[in-house]
Design a protein around this ligand. Structure first.
Ligand code: SF4
Length: 395
């Protein structure tokens, strides 16, 4: 059964425009203070404190600043941003506008996933209506001197463009490759100007926080992982779809709700996440324990874990931008190693070498893709030793 029962989501109980109106009655400092009090961290997966990102951009002197919404939802197993874009885009646009007021930006861009091209005209129509209603353009909601507008720009299907500096390169018309950091986008972002890049869900929660208050959000979840979160659930469970849960929920509790308690493992965080075995289902989905952008892939008892690892490594071989050697070559070597294991031609010694290679990739790759691409392979070797070791060469 598939479900995205949006009526059960907090977003369905928040009226667009209300949080924006309240925020525009505050000074930029107070808006950032509100976000800070809420404890909101980026919902794309990295978990960077939203208030800190905004504060850094707000403190840079520049006549031109940008607010970028990362709608390049490309992590395998993630589809919750699509639900927001389809059902709650006005809350997302409100959140972007609040961000613009906080940092002093006049321009906003939604970087929309290439596969979501079908949503472009729908979102353009929403933006046109917002202009007619005074929610974009000059003196927004009669706020003297606050001018802001949003345009939509299309991605072209590259996973790496979900990384914020590769996304900015792509926006500038370059090949989508991560930049060296520093400088960071909050200082030198789109076209060299201060830029905040936040995820679709992050901006949408901003509207809710502005509407219901920081305390409401902060009272939910754990001390270091506050608030609610959308999760995209797929795989070997009875209920698939998009669900809202509080941060800090255990995997066990989540699996009970989606009727997948018989799972052998859960891949948390998509291909770049980690594979959590059943003995660890008491662990929590929280930044201080198992962080996630929201992808939950339930793996049933009959799945071959080596094929699970192979599937993810094939993805990374395709998606590595090729800029740095550990990632470009390492992913290929890990995939070759999995094929050797499947053929019973990988020695224990070579398997150890592959694990060592994976650890080197985590340390030496230039960006998050190469730093996380070995995670699934390493966690599957670590947690399913019997299944993997039984495939090594017998001599
Ligand atoms: S880690 Fe991979 S994706 Fe990132 S810069 Fe290096 S080659 Fe490109």
């Amino acid at each position: 059964m598939r479900t995205a029962d949006t009526s059960k989501m907090t977003f369905s109980k928040i009226d667009p425009g209300v949080g924006l109106k309240k925020a525009l009655g505050m000074t930029p400092d107070k808006i950032i203070g509100l976000v800070s009090d809420s404890g909101l961290k980026g919902r794309g997966g990295a978990g960077f404190p939203t208030d800190l990102k905004w504060k850094l951009a707000a403190n840079v002197e520049d006549d031109l600043k940008y607010v970028v919404c990362n709608a390049d939802e490309g992590e395998p197993g993630t589809f919750k941003d699509r639900v927001i874009l389809t059902s709650f885009s006005d809350l997302m646009f409100d959140g972007m506008t609040i961000g613009a007021r906080a940092i002093g930006a006049a321009k906003g861009i939604v970087y929309l996933r290439g596969e979501y091209t079908y949503l472009r005209s729908f979102l353009e129509n929403k933006l046109s209506k917002r202009r007619r209603d005074g929610l974009l353009g000059r003196n927004i909601m009669d706020t003297e001197g606050f001018d802001f507008d949003i345009t939509i720009r299309m991605g072209a299907g590259a996973y790496i463009c979900g990384e914020e500096t590769a996304l900015i390169e792509s926006l500038e018309g370059q090949r989508g490759e991560p930049r060296n950091r520093p400088p960071f986008p909050v200082n030198t972002g789109f076209m060299g100007h201060p830029t905040i890049v936040n995820n679709v869900e992050t901006f949408t929660w901003i509207s809710c926080i502005a509407t219901k208050g920081a305390k409401w959000f902060n009272d939910i979840g754990t001390e270091k992982s506050t608030g609610l979160k959308l999760f995209s659930v797929s795989g070997d469970c009875k209920k698939h779809g998009v669900f809202e849960f509080p941060m800090g929920i255990t995997l066990k509790e989540l699996l009970e709700k989606v009727e997948g308690t018989d799972a052998k493992a859960v891949q948390v965080g998509g291909a770049s996440g980690r594979c959590v075995p059943a003995r660890d289902f008491d662990r929590t989905l929280a930044y201080e324990d198992i962080p996630t952008g929201g992808s939950i892939i339930v793996i049933g008892q009959n799945r071959d874990m080596l094929l699970v690892a192979k599937n993810f490594m094939e993805f990374f071989v395709d998606e590595s931008c090729g800029q740095c050697t550990p990632c470009r070559e390492g992913n290929v070597k890990l995939l070759e190693g999995i094929d050797l294991l499947l053929q019973g031609q990988c020695s224990m010694h070579y398997l150890r070498e592959l694990c060592s290679l994976g650890e080197s990739m985590q340390m030496a790759s230039k960006c998050g893709l190469g730093q996380t691409s070995p995670n699934a392979f390493l966690s599957i070797v670590e947690n399913f030793k019997d299944e993997i070791m039984g495939r090594t060469e017998s001599v």
